[in-house]
Design a binder for this molecule. Structure first.
Ligand code: ZN
Length: 277
């Protein structure tokens, strides 16, 4: 099942049509996208049982499908090739930092480039469907309501000027675009092996597979929730493969007017447009 927000209201997508959840359910389900994530199993059953009719929609109306999680975090150094290009050593525990929730954005939000050193990182993003602390391997995927495409944008100069704490340089407004919609894990071709790629103005700069993660989704959630209590609706960026701009010689960063398209197999393509401050 695919879940999205259209003008900030929760919808289910069936083919090319969108079902307004609050309207179709006569108020049983809320229009709040965060409530839809919390009730995703009941919504799937409702759609299957009732088969409500959808309406055509404009992709320009898609807004952030996870607008207000309690926590938003990201994992660094989760692909060996990216660790090597960044000259970062592998750590015994997951390298975990905040993408503070105010940095999250939707698929149609233009992202302001505050400096000339903003870099891209395409990532599979997990959206938690329940509170999760000390998950076992068997529980890990079941605790994930849905996945989406995300960009872990970074101001590289600020990231490294802030010492070993990445969170500041990765949390400017708009630095966490998500979308275009959420997909439940059962709808993916192979939830542990998805192609992910991104391109700038059509030129591919990253192309890999989630099966190349150092910690795949299951070990990642087990190791993170050993220490951290995740809440329903939280988002987890799972790391990026090689191809970041800062690792190129000379480094390349995003420029105003450029269009970044980020694609994950079985989910879709997130388009991000950059503008000058
Ligand atoms: Zn990242």
């Amino acid at each position: 099942m695919r879940l999205c927000a259209l003008n900030h209201r929760a919808h289910v997508l069936v083919g090319d049509l969108a079902i307004d959840l609050e309207v179709a359910s006569g108020g049983t389900f809320s229009s709040d996208p965060m409530e839809a994530i919390a009730n995703i199993s009941a919504i799937a059953k409702f759609i299957e049982d009732e088969q409500p009719q959808g309406k055509p929609f404009a992709s320009a109306d898609l807004t952030n499908p996870v607008p207000s999680p309690k926590q938003s975090l990201a994992i660094g150094v989760n692909y060996a090739d990216h660790a090597a290009e960044m000259h970062i050593e592998l750590a015994p525990e997951p390298v975990t930092f905040a993408k503070f929730p105010t940095c999250l954005a939707g698929p149609n939000d233009q992202v302001v480039l505050p400096t000339s050193t903003v870099d891209w990182e395409v990532e599979l993003v997990l959206v938690m469907g329940r509170d999760a602390y000390q998950l076992t391997a068997d529980e890990a995927w079941d605790a994930v309501a849905a996945v989406t495409v995300g960009q872990d944008l970074s101001d590289r100069e600020l990231q490294f000027a802030a010492g070993r704490q990445f969170s500041l340089g990765k949390s400017c407004p708009g630095f966490g675009p998500l979308g275009p919609w959420l997909v439940t894990p059962d709808a993916l071709p192979n939830r542990d092996d998805l192609e992910l790629s991104c391109a700038i103005d059509g030129e591919v700069v990253q192309d890999s597979r989630t099966s190349k993660m150092i910690r795949g989704v299951v070990p990642l959630l087990v190791d993170v929730t050993k220490h951290l209590a995740l809440k329903c609706g939280d988002v987890v960026f799972t790391g990026t493969p090689s191809g970041a701009g800062t690792a190129l010689n000379p480094p390349r960063y995003l420029k105003p007017g450029e269009v970044l398209t980020s694609t994950i197999e079985g989910i879709g393509t997130l388009t991000t447009v950059f503008v000058a401050p």
